[in-house]
Design a protein around this ligand. Sequence first.
Ligand SMILES: [Zn+2]
Length: 221
Amino acid sequence: MLNVTIIPILDDNYAYIIKSGNQIAVLDPGEAAPIIEKLEELNLTPDIIFTTHHHGDHVNGCNTLIEKYGCDYFDRSTEKFGDDPVQIIATPGHTKDHVCFYFPDSKIAFTADTIFSMGCGRMLEGTAEEFFDSIQKIKALPDDTLLYCGHEYTQANGAFCLSVDADNAALQSRMDEVKQQRASNKPTIPTTLQMEKETNIFMKAKTVEEFAKYRRLKDSF
Ligand SMILES: [Zn+2]
């Protein structure tokens, strides 16, 4: 089973230390210092780096970690990390190169800037068709999959969802929970796929057109 440690980095990013069997990895190290600090606290040496896409706030710490630990990028042809099989899900939309890493035995997916809790990434490189299709791939995972995303944007995302889906009782109660978590400076992640299907307007969108409309509205929210 995968063991996940959440590391808040930069202003609002999340990087992760993940363990399976005797392997240690870092996922999306947008800066090195807080990750090194956590690795030392846990007495861990990373073997592998996973990156979901090319943006600096997800990769800028890679070189420092590679120099310090001699770790290497995940070999995408191996399909295994420690004891866990890994599925690489291509999810273009936020960027062309974006992938999500899904660990089916542990029912954990790292969705980075494709799916946030109650939101999705900005559509910077891809098309609405691509982004919508990417979201359908995530929706096809088991409902109890834990989703770990790339940013703590949950409260602002939820406010947008409420603006277009005000009568959604699941969304209202999730927002109450999120407010409490943020008031005590706790991460609002992981979320579950089931929760996102109920509250995330970008997951609820049934057509490309509907998705594109919400993405446009969110850009100017
Ligand atoms: Zn990004």
